[in-house]
Design a protein around this ligand. Structure first.
Ligand SMILES: Nc1nc2c(ncn2[C@@H]2O[C@H](COP(=O)(O)OP(=O)(O)OP(=O)(O)O)[C@@H](O)[C@H]2O)c(=O)[nH]1
Length: 655
């Protein structure tokens, strides 16, 4: 009877993605338990906080977080072993395609241990350096963290950064060595590194293989034994931390909350500490692995709340919610993420502006670390200046905008925020290169210019020390120190301009170390720097969207490179196109794209009209992503070519 009963609407929608899970396995048992609940809501009210564990898996990129999460979900019956639901946590298409975790996800499991039933909430975290903001947010909902280290690679830059994030937030760190099945695994060596870097006894480290399942049965007992249960009291009024949100096309805004005190259920009226706005709770539940309604969420639990939030801008990550008429002191919240890479985004077709505006708003709800400002460019029209945490973050956002919202956009070359100190004592941040003052204006009005710096941590085998030092110095880096983390691996700290690491620094790091170096960085404030604006002129007209800011020392090389690259990517048109780069009021380089109409049907002799049409249509299709600037048509690659130059300043992709 219970298997056939209609589940609430949200659960029905889930069945489209996970057809068997809501009916078979443990799920059936829980629905059965709530026989008294006509809505078929899962009853988790009988699980006291002592039998709840909220934990996270932190690791360097590719060390196996998602694989381990899948194994744990299989072990607890949340997903089947047949493979249909693999990589539950890597939900976004872009994540699956790129094999990286971008958005933190959460999932609940039930587990029997020593005759007791435990509710375990796993909050996944991204591994890439750009997303450390997401990591600290997820950790705020947890009491424990599995520190997963690849037994073949040993500790990497992101392992170090994530360990300190978790440690700093007072979490119990549970170390584990993964991939011990690999022939190249050296678990003893990796354990020694963990011992020396984090002062954790090698004997306390579990050895597992998330891929083969070896030792995975010991993971959850270790979490239960070592991670403390969530603090808080059921008797106190509701205090819930909003730590993640997303937009669901069916139900609107979904809030992921960690209940720190009290409880919340359908029909409750809750209030946002941030805005004072009141909401009526329409549904609460846990991610199992999709949204599964429960009768309530109570102290210690992590789950979702749907509460008629109308506008996507209403959900403030880090906000505290309380029951109406029972105000509580707000939790500390989160320091807003700082955007360090800015790029202009413009619709290819100006008529798409409103639709694109809506898509950007929806995407930024799922990613509040993106800053959004409207921008108008003389060349590209109305658009936005978006701020990102890094270039991978930017790339992922662009991909999601194009794929999930089917929008046709043009993204300008990214830049870091520069600071101008004027002679009158005032200062200003510049996020758009076109706004950077010209040389003549600088002479009379600007005292000096500043750029942001970072302290980078690089970990690599000793034999690459020379190459890594050279890489840092050619990118205007200043070596701070280098230490050996064991007899073969070096950890190097270096201070670099932020603009240098948003160029192709990461690609070079990987190629110069044959993929063995890992990299992480933290912001290190602003310093004075000799900066100039490089302008690009097409047929004598300056194109504001192609301007870049760079260090004085690289003007000549970069100017030539940009002109050369633009020549390669701009298609021949019906007239000559003269490309010039200029800085300090002087032309640095000049290139010409000779006129020519590419006859794509030239090879089609005879009268096969369908083939000719096909080729002409293909050519038309290619032109869709062009933007007409003056008379010249510029492809997206023209904007990307500015950022992939090898000189200083500017930016590039680190993915
Ligand atoms: N041999 C072996 N391979 C593993 C093991 N665990 C994970 N892998 C492989 O390592 C690669 C990366 O695993 P993921 O689980 O995607 O790594 P991740 O840490 O989630 O990656 P991000 O989400 O990008 O940070 C995949 O190809 C896995 O199949 C293991 O125990 N042994």
């Amino acid at each position: 009877m219970l298997q056939t009963r209609r589940l609430p609407s949200a659960a029905w929608r889930c069945t489209a993605q996970a057809p068997t899970q809501l009916y078979w396995g443990r799920r059936r048992w829980y629905v059965a338990r709530s026989a008294d609940n006509k809505r078929g809501e899962m009853d988790i009210s009988t699980i006291p906080p002592e039998r709840i564990r909220n934990f996270s898996i932190i690791a360097h990129i590719d060390h196996g977080k998602s694989t381990l999460a899948d194994r744990l979900l299989e072990l607890t019956g949340v997903i089947s072993k047949t493979g249909k639901n693999k990589q539950v946590l890597d939900k976004l298409k872009v994540e699956r395609e790129r094999g990286i975790t971008v958005k933190a996800q959460s999932v609940s499991m039930f587990y029997e241990y020593k005759g007791e039933r435990y509710l375990l909430n796993l909050v996944d975290t991204p591994g890439h350096v750009d997303f450390s903001y997401e990591v600290s947010r997820s950790l705020a909902a947890c009491q424990g963290a599995i520190l997963l280290v690849d037994a073949a690679q040993g500790i990497q830059a992101q392992t170090v950064a994530n360990f300190y994030l978790a440690f700093g937030q007072g979490l119990e760190v549970i170390p584990m060595l993964n991939k011990v099945d690999l022939p190249t695994a050296e678990p003893e060596r990796a354990a020694k590194q963990i011992e020396s870097a984090f002062e954790i006894e090698a004997s306390e480290i579990l050895h597992i293989s998330a891929k083969t399942g070896l030792g995975v049965d010991q993971v959850l007992p270790a979490v239960i034994e070592q991670s403390p249960p969530p603090p808080g009291s059921l008797g106190k009024p509701l205090k819930a931390l909003l730590f993640d949100t997303w937009y669901d096309t069916y139900v609107g805004v979904v809030c992921l909350m960690a209940v720190k005190d009290g409880s919340v259920r359908r029909g409750d009226r809750i209030v946002s500490s941030h805005s004072g706005t009141k909401y009526e709770v329409a549904e609460v539940g846990v991610m199992y692995p999709e949204q599964t309604p429960t009768t309530l969420l109570q102290v210690g639990q992590v789950g979702y709340v749907i509460c008629n939030m109308k506008s996507i801008a209403e959900a403030h990550v880090g906000d505290t919610f309380y029951q109406d008429k029972h105000p509580v002191e707000a939790l500390p919240g989160f320091v807003p993420a700082k955007s360090m890479v800015f790029a202009g985004v413009f619709p290819i077709d100006a008529g798409e502006f409103d639709r694109l505006n809506e898509s950007i708003q929806k995407l930024t709800l799922n990613d509040s670390s993106v800053s959004v400002h409207k921008e108008t460019s003389a060349a590209l029209g109305q658009g936005w200046r978006l701020g990102f945490l890094g270039t991978l973050h930017m790339d992922v956002f662009r991909q999601r905008l194009e794929e999930e919202y089917d929008t046709n956009i043009l993204v300008t070359s990214p830049t870091v925020p520069y600071q101008i100190k004027y002679c009158d004592g005032t200062s200003k941040f510049i996020r758009t290169p076109a706004d950077f003052p010209d040389a003549s204006y600088m002479q009379d009005h600007v005292e000096y210019t500043m750029e942001p710096f970072v302290v980078a941590t690089l970990i690599f085998p000793e034999k690459y020390l020379g190459a890594m030092l050279e890489l840092c110095t050619t990118h205007r880096g200043e070596l701070q120190n280098h230490t050996f983390i064991d007899e073969l691996r070096v950890m190097l700290k270096c201070r670099l301009p932020m603009a240098e690491i948003v160029t192709d620094f990461f690609d070079k790091l990987k190629s110069k170390s044959q993929g063995f170096a890992s990299f992480d960085y933290e912001e290190a404030g602003y310093d004075a720097s000799d900066l100039v604006k490089m302008e690009v002129l097409l047929n004598g007209e300056a194109v504001d969207a192609l301007a870049a800011v760079m260090h004085k020392s690289s003007v000549v090389t970069a100017g030539r490179e940009i002109a050369g690259r633009l020549k390669d990517v701009i298609r021949r048109q019906l007239f000559d196109i003269i490309i010039q780069t200029a800085a300090n009021g002087k032309i640095v380089a000049r290139e010409t794209v000779k006129q020519l109409r590419k006859n794509v049907t030239a090879k089609c002799y005879g009268g096969d009209i369908t083939r000719k049409m096909k080729l002409l249509n293909k050519q038309k299709e290619g032109k869709k992503r062009m933007k007409r600037i003056g008379k010249v048509e510029l492809p997206q690659e023209a904007f990307l070519s500015i950022m992939t130059r090898s000189g200083n300043g500017g930016s590039g992709s680190d993915s």
